[in-house]
Design a protein around this ligand. Sequence first.
Ligand code: AMP
Length: 301
Amino acid sequence: MSDLLVVGSVALDSVKTPFGEAEEVLGGSATYFSYAASFFSPVQLVAVVGEDFPQAHLDLLKRRQVDLTGLQVAKGRTFRWAGEYGYDLNEAKTLDTQLNVFADFRPDLPDSYRQPSFLFLANIDPDLQWEILHQVERPRLVAMDTMNFWINGKRQAVERILSEADALIINDGEARQLTQEPNLVKAAEAVLAFGLQLVVIKRGEYGAVLFAHGNFFFAPAFPLAAVLDPTGAGDSFAGGFMGALARDGGMDEAGLRRAVVYGSVMASFAVEDFSLRRLTRLRPEEIEERFRAFQEMVTFR
Ligand code: AMP
């Protein structure tokens, strides 16, 4: 099995949706990613939390065998994000971002982390993404995510890391913002022009589109009767996508398509409850069941 390394945020989130709210719950891009990916492949995590971070959250990740050697506990407060969604759950409105211990985080990767086959640079400061990329031997695939907070605040740094990555997994609004191109096909082409091999554009309840090697593939979102909180959908998608690639090894067109569907499967579970609650109740056989349900859903003669 191939090693999968992720850097990103480990956070305490406060989230409000039309269906409820949750205060100071477990969140963060690297948290959702590593939890989702752990169903497919061993995962190593790089991040920092403050002294206020509950031990119970770390235990959750440990129980899924996520390697926390690269998780530092620093003096100060954990990263915090607060967001809100309206009835259109596709767009998060950020109310507050507190970098806290991430503001001074200077990672020094443990030796055991320096040769990953797959690297995911989850949503976090692009300068930090760049530092991690330069502390490892070149992996087979370097994929990344980013968001409006960083595109607005550090566009040059975002472009610098984009020019060194292989894949971008991003939501549609951010793809448009990054490329200043309203048409998604043109936005994908503009992203690929940074030198990337593939781009996955996530479209919330409308599914995800893969653009790679001149082809494209579309996976719908799973039709769920109850979506409670879309937070973490993108990172859980990326965890399923990268985890499936790391587990199955093949990055040909068929392997990439399967990975997009596994990504969609993991995202569909993440949104069924607040924080990581649904993922922590998830049984591996439910993943395969939903994967088959996806296949059924799009087969026709
Ligand atoms: P998503 O999968 O796109 O819904 O990502 C949600 C997660 O991203 C939340 O759990 C937040 O803690 C985290 N997050 C929000 N803003 C930032 C940011 N500026 N940098 C890093 N992580 C963030």
